[in-house]
Design a protein around this ligand. Sequence first.
Ligand code: FPP
Length: 243
Amino acid sequence: MFFAKRRDSVPEVLPTHIGIIMDGNGRWAKKRGLPRFAGHKAGADAFKRTVRYCNRIGIRYLTVYAFSTENWARPKKEVDAIIELLRDYLRDAENYKKENVRVRFIGDISVFDEEIQRRIAESEQESEDFTGLRLNIAVNYGGKAEIVRAVREIVRDVENGSLLPDAIDEEAVDSRLYTRGQPPVDLVIRPSGEYRLSNFMIWQTAYAEFVFMDVLWPDFSPHDMNRALWEYAGRNRRFGGVK
Ligand code: FPP
């Protein structure tokens, strides 16, 4: 994919909802002879930087993939390190408060300990009325699991008579996803040179544009975001029609 070398400006046409697969932390650390944990720590800094930048330029929705349902397969030490970064983020409420960012967690958070669950609930409640960027942090999240969860809810509603089988439409699924009420994803950014969706927002990205970049996530900067935004602005989105 071709990108201009450096972009210092933001295009006029911006995506409403951006999804980011924060990939490449391990390789970033390896290149420097550091433990993988150091890559995740630098990745958490890149995450905070990116949230601040998206908020500043007026992006409305940002969803980041922080921990997938498949990531449990990693060594326990690495999983624990990522969970501790999440805890650190939650303990410092200023992370979202001073940015006026409205936070929501998507994924099955019931697996986390009491402190994390309580702080997640607090962060969502405290930021409920914030008017800046709406940030979804995907933890223990999988797109397939999210759809299965919606299907179960639909079946329950059919069984209790509140939903008729013939009334099951796309909206019925949409309104039962973690992202209910939010617009679909317009742009998915995946750094680190991998070309996969990895079970990220598989329903919400049905018509998304994809921008794959060679930069490793801990190095991802506002310039890289601008490059992705310019690439997006140049795409011709047809949504299955002709334009
Ligand atoms: C993928 O890189 C990254 C992850 C599985 C973890 C992402 C987590 C963070 C950026 C920290 C999140 C923190 C907060 C506060 C939300 P990888 O380890 O697969 O990299 P590799 O492919 O180079 O090995």
